[in-house]
Design a protein around this ligand. Structure first.
Ligand code: SF4
Ligand code: SF4
Length: 423
């Protein structure tokens, strides 16, 4: 029995232990959209799912919340992505999935926006800034122009006057420094793989990430123009073969054409892309490292004890854990450590950490079932609003869906390096 077959059968005979966990079935109240309903439909429809079954396979954001509550840790999104591929082959898939494949083939990404233009503007700004900088500042040493005790110059006015938590932040920073090794400057060339969601949102978080990394003494190079998108949306659209070809192309763009390429150190803004590159791409050279931007920056910040005395922004933040960061990459500490350093208070919504609630932005749900995706986002926005602080997250897709700020942009404001948009 294959692993997929076994997982299907576990679901079919299960008393639906994860039923309450699914944001799609919660938003729609449809039995067919529970994890059990969707997986059972995949098992029953075999190789010839009809359009309504294909739509049910699309009713999943890939949030992994069902897996948290499953005694067998069944990977429901993986089963449903395989079922979507079956629907594509059977000709019953929603048209939006074919559009993803067409756009990806033509442009190297699946967004409506012209990402290459956004990318080129950022690359030009980086080149101009590098030419204007003294040579010494390009080395990965503590930023010489940053005054650690200076008050942040750009602040939002949320909750001014809250008590200082610098002692707590100092302890958090010290613990993080002990748990995480310092940035490995000797590995050479940490590279920012911005990703399609960040570029489609205009690229401001890309600019902020580059500026913050420089300011904390861990500068990042921008990945080449051919690496706009990791290709995950092809998996979500039921096109695994096209994904494999796309991943191979982008991997070559990053590694070069040498037969024995050097290891790479990739930093991604989207946690879903970081997991896709780690787990779905062809293996990178031994010694390569792939991590989320919060993991990278928290390690860099922990290596800058002088910044612990820098006053936090006079505001509170309600932190939304992205599903792919909290459950997919098990990264709960880094974004909180970064926020603890940069704002006075971090608040947690009702569902947080590994139990975080989905924002509805992923798994192609906004294209397959846009009204459902919006209902899920509304629900999550209400939970965050109840915290009484502005929402902050650590994923460009979640930030767009929730109207939240990315933690990287909060850091940029705290460090006084937020980049004005040059459009
Ligand atoms: S994912 Fe796990 S808990 Fe949910 S229906 Fe399947 S076997 Fe049951
Ligand atoms: S991964 Fe999330 S959206 Fe998909 S079935 Fe599981 S709980 Fe529902």
């Amino acid at each position: 029995m294959t692993a997929v077959r076994r997982a299907l059968e576990l679901c079919v005979f299960c008393p639906k232990m994860c039923r309450f966990a699914c944001p799609v079935s919660e938003a729609t109240s449809r039995e067919a959209f529970t994890p059990w309903g969707k997986v059972s439909l995949a098992a029953l429809s075999g190789r010839s799912p009809d359009p309504s079954a294909a739509l049910a396979f699309g009713a999943c954001t890939g949030c992994l919340r069902c897996q948290t509550y499953c005694a067998h840790a069944n990977d429901v999104p993986a089963l449903l992505y395989a079922a979507r591929a079956t629907a594509v082959r059977a000709g019953s898939a929603p048209g939006e999935w074919g559009e993803v494949a067409r756009k990806m083939t033509a442009a190297g990404h699946a967004e409506q926006a012209e990402l290459v233009e956004v990318y080129r503007r950022i690359a030009q700004e980086e080149s101009a800034a590098a030419a204007a900088r003294p040579a010494a500042t390009a080395t990965p040493t503590p930023g010489p122009t940053l005054d650690p005790t200076a008050a942040p110059t750009k602040t939002a006015s949320h909750d001014a006057g809250r008590p200082r938590t610098s002692a707590l932040r100092a302890v958090a920073g010290a613990v993080t420094a002990m748990l995480r090794p310092a940035v490995d400057a000797g590995r050479g060339g940490p590279t920012l793989f911005a990703g399609c969601d960040a570029l489609a949102a205009g690229g401001s978080v890309v600019r902020d990430a580059l500026a913050v990394a420089r300011a904390v003494g861990a500068p990042l190079a921008l990945a080449p123009e051919a690496a706009l998108c990791c290709g995950l949306k092809l998996v979500e659209a039921g096109h695994p073969e096209a994904f494999a070809a796309h991943a191979a192309r982008v991997r070559t763009a990053l590694l070069g054409s040498s037969r024995r390429p050097a290891p790479v150190h990739l930093i991604l803004l989207s946690p879903g892309c970081a997991r896709a590159v780690r787990e779905r791409w062809p293996a990178l050279p031994d010694g390569s490292r792939v991590e989320h931007v919060t993991t990278y920056l928290s390690r860099a910040l922990a290596a800058r004890p002088d910044l612990r005395d820098r006053p936090p922004l006079p505001e509170s933040a309600a932190y939304h854990d992205p599903c792919e960061l909290a459950r997919g990459l098990s990264e709960l500490t880094a974004p909180r450590a970064l926020l603890a350093a940069s704002v006075e208070e971090v608040r947690e919504p009702l569902r947080c950490g590994v139990d975080t609630a989905c924002c509805g932005a992923n798994g192609l749900l906004p294209r397959t079932l846009p009204a459902v995706a919006e209902a899920i986002a509304d629900d999550r926005r209400r939970e965050l609003d109840a915290c009484g602080a502005h929402a902050v997250t650590a994923s460009p897709a979640c930030a767009s869906a929730l109207g939240a700020e990315d933690v990287v942009s909060v850091l940029a404001r705290w460090l006084g390096v937020a980049v004005e948009q040059a459009r």
